[in-house]
Design a protein around this ligand. Structure first.
Ligand SMILES: Cc1cc2nc3c(=O)[nH]c(=O)nc-3n(C[C@H](O)[C@H](O)[C@H](O)COP(=O)(O)OP(=O)(O)OC[C@H]3O[C@@H](n4cnc5c(N)ncnc54)[C@H](O)[C@@H]3O)c2cc1C
Ligand code: SF4
Ligand code: SF4
Length: 495
């Protein structure tokens, strides 16, 4: 009787703190909040500076939704830049999203401001009229600092933004813009290039400062329509599949029409059973899944999604490191990420005999181009995994005449699958295996980084396929550029 999912012991945090992309404005705008709230205690006229800000954000919202909140707002900058490091970054309670609650907060703030301004107006013509008027805004800023800081540290940095009265007024202004169809051109929304290539990893939702769920809510134009989205681009920056942009509707239509659809074309769901789990290193395990039939359409170099959670449905992408067509088996090799949500589940909860949903295969970045007769494969760290089937496929291909695999790690103890690659090298005279170790005195082979090996090679006529951590990909791309390799002959994938 197969075991089924339990997902009982979820450990690492769902919401991930991640660096925001700071423009100068976004980084330092918090100075304005502090200046008005604290400086205003001594110079109340500073509060008057808030008036043009309020007018500006309402106009901006008419055209662009809550763009101001994510990119210009001085309170937002305070939450993202100053509070984020100290925040628990916990889940924002559901009631904070109730419209009624934001209307109550708006009514309360509105009442305080109106009565404050009315009282100040009674002093019209007096020398302290402007001080009294400014003070109304200074007090409002101070209240926001107190409420925002408390909620931000105890729960989540942007928790106040869920009920912020200015946010509600922006939504009203934007509603008008949408009704008048102005926003079709002016408002940029989070857009996914191709839903079929989405990894359903949920990362866009886990990093969202407003704790929205773009990956579950793309509309028929592939856009995320939430009026609470502050257009901060955090999800765009963090999507591992590089599928997201902030685009208006016509750009979104262009992107979705012109994206390469091949990569997600054969995607299907499979119910499998884990038939074997092997520990390759203390923090690396290989999982082999038994498919029920041979309907999977897999090409070496592709990756597959492994379901790690039901609610919200969540998958993790892993390059296929093992494929046995005859016995309908497919495998992935996983490195445990420290504090990693998905890899912890795979390491702690996955067991032989358990049913697991796989989805895919996806990706064509490092699938072999048979037009090119010479291949150089470069794998860094856990990025070596797709090269197990890739090297075998290249060896089997009659069209490919020369194959080299450069495998870079920091320490010799991190190397995996070396026996397999050495065996393939023994059996094929067109394949050379070059492991390279960066920081290990006792290592007898090539020392340094993969780029040091590239320096010594003749790269002419080769297609280069790379998979590994982003820093390795970036330095290798730079090196290949210096060595005069045409960009069209380079393919890569990075986690
Ligand atoms: C195309 C593709 C192929 C891939 N192939 C492989 C493969 O073959 N093998 C493999 O092992 N991996 C592979 N990956 C990576 C894999 O999909 C996962 O991203 C990886 O296992 C980490 O997932 P996780 O859920 O454990 O970590 P996550 O929970 O998503 O965390 C990611 C990182 O963020 C950090 N983090 C977690 N929580 C917090 C927090 N609260 N604050 C700050 N930082 C935090 C973690 O330390 C971790 O390093 C691939 C990825 C892609 C896109
Ligand atoms: S959905 Fe993306 S752009 Fe919108 S608030 Fe969340 S992270 Fe920012
Ligand atoms: S791949 Fe992950 S981060 Fe990107 S859109 Fe899909 S679920 Fe979001």
């Amino acid at each position: 009787m197969p075991i089924t999912y339990s997902f009982t012991k979820l450990k690492p945090a769902y919401n991930i703190k991640t660096d925001r992309t700071f423009t100068v404005v976004r980084k330092y705008a918090f100075i304005f909040t502090l200046l008005v709230a604290f400086g205003g205690q001594f110079f109340p006229k500073l509060g008057l500076l808030v008036v043009p800000v309020m007018i500006g954000l309402l106009i901006a919202a008419f055209f662009k939704g809550r763009y101001w909140c994510g990119n210009i707002c001085s309170h937002g900058s305070y939450y993202d830049f100053l509070l984020l490091p100290f925040s628990r970054n916990a889940k924002i309670p559901k009631f904070m999203r109730w419209t009624l609650l934001s209307l109550l907060v708006l009514a309360w703030f509105g009442f305080r401001m109106t009565t404050g301004l009315y009282n100040a107006s009674l002093a019209y013509g007096d020398p302290d009229f402007w001080d009294k008027t400014g003070n109304v805004f200074v007090n409002a800023f101070m209240m926001v600092i107190i409420a925002g800081t408390t909620l931000g540290i105890l729960v989540s940095p942007r928790m106040w933004c869920s009920v912020c009265p200015m946010g509600v007024m922006q939504k009203a202004s934007n509603f008008l813009g949408r009704k008048l169809k102005v926003t079709k051109v002016t408002e940029e929304k989070v857009t996914i290039a191709d839903k079929d290539q989405c990894h359903t990893c949920g990362k866009c939702s886990r990093v969202c400062p407003m704790q929205l769920t773009p990956h579950l809510n793309f509309n028929e134009h592939n856009q995320f329509d939430s009026s609470n989205c502050i257009k901060c681009s955090t999800c765009v920056e963090n999507c591992p599949a590089d599928l997201l942009t902030l685009s208006n509707q016509s750009t979104a239509n262009f992107i979705t029409r012109n994206v390469k659809k091949e990569a997600g074309k054969n995607r299907k769901q499979f119910t499998t059973t884990i038939c074997k789990i092997s520990t390759l290193k203390e923090n690396v395990k290989e999982f082999i899944f038994q498919l029920s039939d041979n309907s999977i359409n897999f090409k070496a170099g592709q990756f597959i999604l492994v379901k790690i959670k039901d609610k919200p449905e969540m998958f993790r992408a892993f390059s296929v490191s093992y494929f046995d067509k005859t016995n309908n088996r497919i495998g992935v090799t996983v490195k445990k990420a420290s504090n990693g949500y998905g890899s912890e589940i795979l390491f702690n909860d996955f067991a032989e005999g358990m049913n697991v949903i796989l989805e895919g295969p996806i990706g064509d970045e490092i699938v072999i181009d048979e037009e090119s007769k010479r291949a150089i494969f470069i794998g860094g760290g856990i990025g070596i995994t797709p090269f197990v089937p890739l090297v075998q496929e290249a060896i089997n291909s009659n069209k490919i005449e020369d194959i080299k695999l450069i495998y870079g790690v920091n320490k010799e103890s991190e190397l995996i699958y070396t026996d397999k690659f050495m065996q393939m090298e023994k059996e094929s005279d067109k394949f050379s295996f070059i492991p390279v170790v960066a920081f290990d005195e006792n290592w007898k082979g090539e020392k340094g980084f993969v780029t040091d090996v590239l320096d010594k090679m003749n790269l002419t006529g080769n297609t280069i396929y790379m998979c590994g951590p982003k820093p390795m990909i970036d330095t290798s791309l730079k090196k290949l550029d210096q060595l005069g390799v045409d960009k069209n002959n380079i393919r890569y994938e990075s986690a």
